[in-house]
Write a protein that binds this ligand. Structure first.
Ligand code: ZN
Ligand code: ZN
Length: 492
């Protein structure tokens, strides 16, 4: 393991990000479980050169941050950042009855309290602006304020006569600029405000006119993680890289990249390792002059399922010229000092499986359904299943010699991945057949994916954390419902 580097890090802002709700702060025993993990993880972050932590607030959250962690973050020199999907919270929904004109007109031609706001309403804009300024006044330590709209694809922006001519990107920029201007008036050194480029706003429009203290935050969630962002051979990523370059031009280079290398939701809870992609991505981001990069994490579960990616991200934010395979081997040796060769082999199998499963981008649990069945995709998924088997077999060798909770937990995550990938291959294959067999085979495949959770349920609580113990359960219900609905739509 290399010590702290003395050269200048490749990126000024090196952040990890988590959703506040995954702390389960309303349930004391669950909250305590997460805090116990944090007390080990925050010093690890600092030792690896991570210098910012960003909390994502969702509409249901009663908190903006985890106050209990503030001293530990401060002691470790890690800056705190707040915000998230807060736009709808900043315009209280109970204003709708008295002031429907504050709210956006949806596709049905009516005002509704669900979307973001009507930016043609000066009063609505002022309420949102003042609320955001209050976040900073009450939390002066906030190093970067993230003000994002509703986490939906389409429909949250306004179609009234005044707004319809403005693309969602420009409506959103009107809000962000209003906040940035107020902060610039109120403080000599105003914190920057982040404009999220994601879903509706992933592609820039030319008329954006960000103020100097506005930076973009580019979040390419649906990109392909089987190829680097600048890999011209990928069918998905070139469009994303193009949008990033256009944002860089429009913002005079002020911007951050938000990455998903440890996203247990995007990755369906499966264990993956993509250090070579992370290295090449970060080289591309550095070459473009990007100053800040962040990576979404899910507490202990991300450490369990994505240890190689977390280490690769940390190293790459210092210098993206690190050796990906050596990093993988180092992580295996650090986590498994007594059985490094077997576990290095297991991690390499997982890295190869990752390239197969993640090819094409998008959520692992939303496989694209085509008819006839794409034989190449099914072949990829079955090959990945066999690689998960190889990783499990390597872990079994280790476990045959001695009891080891960490190896057992990693094996369970890989076994879960094996079952899910097997189920997805069957699901895609079932979609491609015709005749009365199709429904039953689809249901059997969905059943296998659902049953896979028993592997995760057997993992020790501290190793899988609150996300692996509680959040994965409700997320899984959603995955199952979507898998069923999409298969059902096919039957119609
Ligand atoms: Zn409007
Ligand atoms: Zn690709």
């Amino acid at each position: 393991m290399t010590g702290k580097t003395t050269s200048t890090p490749a990126f000024t802002r090196r952040a990890l990000v988590s959703d506040i709700m995954t702390w389960q702060y309303e349930k004391p025993d669950r909250f305590a479980l997460h805090l116990e993990h944090d007390r080990q993880f925050i010093p690890w972050m600092a030792a690896r050169g991570i210098n910012a932590f960003s909390y994502i607030r969702q509409e249901r959250d009663s908190r903006l941050k985890i106050d209990e962690l503030r001293p530990l973050l401060d002691e470790n020199g890690i800056a705190s950042e707040y915000g998230g999907h807060v736009l709808r919270l900043l315009l209280p929904r109970d204003r709708f009855d008295a002031n429907p004109e504050f709210f956006p007109i949806g596709a049905d031609g009516r005002r509704n309290p669900r979307g973001n706001l009507c930016v043609a309403s000066e009063a609505a804009l002022a309420i949102v602006r003042d609320g955001a300024v209050r976040y900073i006044r009450d939390n002066p330590e906030c190093a970067l304020l993230h003000v994002w709209g509703a986490d939906v694809l389409g429909g949250a922006w306004c179609r009234c006569g005044d707004c319809a001519g403005l693309a969602p990107q420009r409506q959103y920029m009107a809000v962000v600029n209003a906040i940035a201007a107020a902060l610039a008036d109120a403080r000599t050194v105003p914190p920057p405000v982040a404009y999220l480029a994601y879903h509706d706003t992933l592609d820039p429009v030319p008329e954006l006119d960000p103020l100097p203290n506005v930076a973009f935050e580019w979040a390419p969630r649906e990109r392909c993680y089987s190829h680097a962002i600048d890999d011209a051979a990928c069918a998905v990523n070139p469009r994303y890289l193009d949008s990033l370059k256009r944002y860089i031009d429009l913002f005079d280079g002020r911007g951050h990249v938000f990455e998903y290398y440890a996203d247990a939701i995007l990755f369906g809870g499966l264990g993956f390792a993509t250090p070579a992609i992370i290295a090449r991505d970060l080289r591309a981001y550095r070459a473009l002059g990007i100053a800040g990069v962040s990576c979404l994490t899910f507490g202990a579960y991300s450490v369990l399922a994505y240890p190689v990616n977390l280490e690769a991200f940390a190293r790459g934010t210092q210098s993206p010229d690190f050796d990906p395979d050596a990093t993988l081997a180092d992580v295996a040796a650090r986590r498994h000092p007594r059985c490094a060769p077997a576990m290095t082999a297991a991690y390499r199998a997982i890295a190869r499986a990752s390239m197969l499963v993640l090819d094409g981008g998008g959520d692992v649990m939303r496989p694209s359904l085509n008819s006839p069945a794409p034989t190449e995709r099914i072949r990829q998924l079955r090959a990945a299943r066999d690689l998960f088997d190889d990783a499990c077999a390597a872990a079994d060798m280790v476990l045959g010699d001695a009891r080891d909770d960490l190896t057992a937990a990693e094996r369970a995550v890989w076994h879960y991945g094996r079952e899910v990938v097997h189920g997805i291959a069957d699901y895609v294959a079932a979609a491609g057949i015709t005749g009365e067999e199709r429904g039953a085979r689809g249901e059997a495949a969905i059943g296998r994916i659902g049953e896979a959770i028993t592997q995760v349920r057997g993992i020790d609580l501290p190793l899988k954390g609150t996300w692996g113990a509680y959040d994965i359960e409700w997320v899984r219900d959603r995955w199952m419902a979507v898998l069923r609905r999409r298969f059902g739509d096919l039957q119609k």
